[in-house]
Design a binder for this molecule. Structure first.
Ligand code: GLU
Length: 471
């Protein structure tokens, strides 16, 4: 095992959305590609906004995507003592100080700086006052007075900021609680994190965090910041454009590996390859090809990717998933009345064109229902089940009925010889048969569909059309 340790550190204030999942995926891949460890740390220090429901949802989504973490799940809130210990050390070593300025004082300093055309920030007036814990205030970090904070971002390249841009950051709030920027540094250090990959909304935090590492004499990890995912309108991704919880994609019927593959391509590339196995990803992933410009969420591409995975998915697995969806939709009792055992034979016909599991379940309906419940597409009926067409169906029915062995080949032979004899074009018969048997013009291959449906269902459906559709 290498020394590489990465982590995903979500704040449990909501579901794991698609952007967070992508950050987690990149960190997971970075660890796996280097034979390292991937940690999961729940940053639940904001007690008011963190909920158990959100923690559960994050864990569920990580499991669904197969982003397994090494070791236990860490909870930042349980490490407050350690965070405070480090704050005390920073005060002792002169890198931090107590400050009891009121909010009004700080606001006034900021206004003054702004009026003088400087960056609004705390003016450092408590730096050398030697206050102690009894001042009832906060602890601030003594940001270096001159120079720059610089690092080479794994995604964005060399990055630097002049220290004048940085405030004397609060490390401990007046309620005694450590702040995010302090806690994150202590945790990443203690957990041996070597590479931090996160969203680029954290770039400014990185400039604040690096001086804390340096003040403690700790090794600074490598940082990388991935740009946001944008909507097709090039604005921040909205719910309408896909900024949903990962588990919504499960509900919509997407396979987790399709979502994963789609996400990895939102900002990472390996030549122009689109579809990757998990094994390939863990072998090929490198931060060198993470894009430094924002990616655009494209639902059509997700559907395309999903289709790729549907085509290759195991039939037994699809059968189980479709069964679950149908049971959920119609209830177990109703589901029992359906011909679910046909699914392992019907699914191979449907999966090449299925967009996702829900679509597959929908498409499989024509195989499952008894004739009385088959829905007929009105336009198709009008167009193809004309009196002449139904007369043909009536005529061919006994010939189909008489086929010795009901197979794709024998069905095809029967229909073709009928057509040849009548000197008709094949489609004159094929479309009416298709509509009669499936209810639509959009079905898998006619002969294989009839073969899978079985002689009895096929004939019942044809007879119904001949008898009930008002010749
Ligand atoms: N907890 C932070 C968040 O959810 C992430 C912190 C980090 O990755 O450093 O935005």
């Amino acid at each position: 095992m290498s020394d590489t340790v990465t982590r995903f550190a979500p704040s449990p204030t909501g579901f794991l959305h698609i952007g967070g999942a992508r950050t987690a995926l990149f960190s997971w891949l970075l660890a796996k590609s280097q034979g390292g460890k991937f940690l999961l740390r729940i940053e639940d220090t904001d007690r008011e906004r963190s909920t158990q429901e959100a923690i559960d949802a994050i864990l569920e989504a990580m499991t669904w995507l197969g982003l397994d973490h090494d070791g236990e799940v860490y909870y930042q809130s349980q490490r407050a003592d350690r965070h405070n210990e480090v704050i005390d050390q920073l005060v002792e070593s002169g890198h931090a100080y107590w400050c009891n300025c009121s909010k009004e004082d700080v606001d006034a300093m900021r206004d003054k700086a702004r009026a003088a055309g400087r960056k609004p920030k705390y003016d450092g007036r408590c730096r050398e006052r030697g206050l102690g814990p009894d001042c009832g205030g906060v602890v601030r970090f003594k940001t270096p007075l001159a120079g720059a904070v610089s690092y080479t971002d794994m995604v964005k390249g060399p990055s630097a900021v002049n220290v004048e841009e940085l405030d004397d950051l609060i490390l401990r709030r007046s309620d005694g609680g450590p702040t995010y920027n302090l806690a994150v540094v202590v945790d990443d250090h203690d957990m041996g994190v070597t590479q931090v990959l996160r969203g680029d909304d954290h770039v400014n935090n990185t400039f604040r965090q690096i001086p804390i590492y340096e003040a403690m004499g700790w090794q600074v990890p490598s940082f990388g910041h991935v740009p946001m995912i944008l909507g097709p309108d090039k604005k921040k991704l909205s719910k309408r454009h896909g900024a949903l919880s990962v588990m919504e994609y499960e509900k919509m019927g997407y396979l987790p590996e399709a979502v994963l593959n789609y996400l990895v391509r939102l900002g990472w590339s390996h030549g122009d390859q689109e579809v990757f196995t998990r094994e390939e990803l863990t072998r090929l992933f490198t931060t060198d090809t993470l894009s430094s410009s924002p990616s655009v969420f494209d639902l059509q591409k997700l559907e395309w990717m999903s289709g790729q995975y549907m085509q290759g998915a195991d039939v037994n697995r699809l059968t189980a998933e479709v069964t679950k969806i149908i049971e959920f939709e119609v209830g177990r009792d109703e589901a029992e009345k359906l011909n679910l055992k046909i699914l392992p034979k019907a699914i191979p016909l449907l999966q090449p064109r299925a967009k996702h599991l829900v679509d597959l379940a929908e498409q499989s309906r024509l195989f499952l229902v008894d004739v009385a419940f088959l829905m007929y597409d009105e336009t198709a009926v009008k167009k193809f089940l004309t009196p002449e067409a139904r007369a043909l169906l009536e005529e061919i029915a006994p010939q189909l009925e008489a086929i010795e062995e009901w197979t794709e080949a024998s069905i095809e032979a029967c229909l073709r010889s009928f057509i040849d004899e009548k000197e008709l074009k094949f489609k004159v018969l094929a479309q009416p048969v298709r509509v009669a048997v499936t209810g639509t013009t959009q079905s898998p291959g006619l002969f294989e569909t009839m073969a899978v449906l079985g002689r009895e269902q096929t004939m019942t459906r044809m007879r119904r059309v001949v008898e009930d559709f008002g010749l």
